[in-house]
Design a protein around this ligand. Structure first.
Ligand code: SF4
Length: 114
């Protein structure tokens, strides 16, 4: 199982344009070793340096949004799409994940990538 197989279980979700609510309030997103490696490769390939967290704002957020969007970790992808991670701005995908699906995603994530 590849990490992308898990990401593909998460419904597509379009944030409100310009919204930074979650990225400004949850600090540095947790990630696995594989996600961290992908992030390092991405930063190097794009000649970018890791940012610094400011208060609760994610270090990967800049004026135009998430600067590591293609390699953002699972928690950033899941937020807003499942019952336990509802978007505070009440934006949601066409079909919210069921709690059992959310649990299965975490099960796969923890089983294969921790
Ligand atoms: S990694 Fe990107 S999507 Fe995730 S919290 Fe940081 S800025 Fe937001």
């Amino acid at each position: 199982m590849d990490i992308d197989d898990i990401y593909n279980l998460i419904p597509d979700f379009m944030c409100t344009k310009g919204c930074r609510e979650c990225c400004q309030n949850f600090g540095v997103p947790s990630r696995t070793r594989i996600e961290d490696e992908r992030l390092k490769v991405f930063l190097k390939k794009n000649a970018m340096k890791p940012g610094k967290a400011h208060g609760n704002t994610c270090p990967h957020l800049n004026e135009s949004g998430c600067k590591i969007y293609p390699v953002r970790p699972l928690i950033c992808r899941l937020y807003g799409t499942s019952p336990n991670y509802r978007c505070k701005m009440e934006v949601a995908p066409l079909r919210l994940l069921h709690e059992d699906e959310e649990a299965e995603i975490f099960h796969f994530y923890q089983t294969y990538f921790f």
